[in-house]
Ligand binder design. Sequence first.
Ligand SMILES: NC(=O)c1ccc[n+]([C@@H]2O[C@H](COP(=O)([O-])OP(=O)(O)OC[C@H]3O[C@@H](n4cnc5c(N)ncnc54)[C@H](OP(=O)(O)O)[C@@H]3O)[C@@H](O)[C@H]2O)c1
Length: 164
Amino acid sequence: MVTSQMTDRRNGLIINVGSIAAITPSPLLPVYTGAKAFIRSWSQALGSGLADKGVVVVCLDVYFVLSNMFKRHNASYMVPTADAYVKHVLKRIGLTEGASVPYANSPYLPHAALIWAVEHLVPSKWMLDHGYLFLLSHHRGMQISALKERLAKRAKEAAAQRAE
Ligand SMILES: NC(=O)c1ccc[n+]([C@@H]2O[C@H](COP(=O)([O-])OP(=O)(O)OC[C@H]3O[C@@H](n4cnc5c(N)ncnc54)[C@H](OP(=O)(O)O)[C@@H]3O)[C@@H](O)[C@H]2O)c1
């Protein structure tokens, strides 16, 4: 329905929000990981099908970004604020730098560098034997610490409410 309007006017942009979970699975989120793998693959199929009809499709390979879903105290180079991330995306959308496969891209360059290193720089045998296991355990640790921070904040808020 949406794409037919775009193909009629031979102009359109579809941004699907994917995740690095499609490349290195998130250990505690198997359904999320599977859905993100679907979105990446689907974007590639959709993008190639619409390429000659004037419609650009891109799946964002997002690493961590501060948001309601992923909360931490401070932003960093690898974990930008949502505002900083969106600014980068809007500046670079449509460019192929940061792309690891057609129609999937990481316009935020620190994330692109990480994905490129995982996919191209590190020898695939080493990634298979050690690298993916390291990333799985690293991501698991990040999720657990984010969850603990969120639970601690909720407990603090509940205590403050009880004290009122
Ligand atoms: N943050 C990260 O580190 C990270 C990493 C990789 C990928 N991503 C992806 O980035 C996207 C945005 O996530 P976020 O991190 O920005 O999280 P977020 O701050 O929690 O934003 C999620 C958004 O989805 C909306 N939403 C949730 N359930 C919905 C539903 N059933 N129907 C319609 N809208 C719904 C929420 O609306 P309300 O505000 O109205 O509830 C909110 O605007 C997601 O696709 C996520 O997978 C995020």
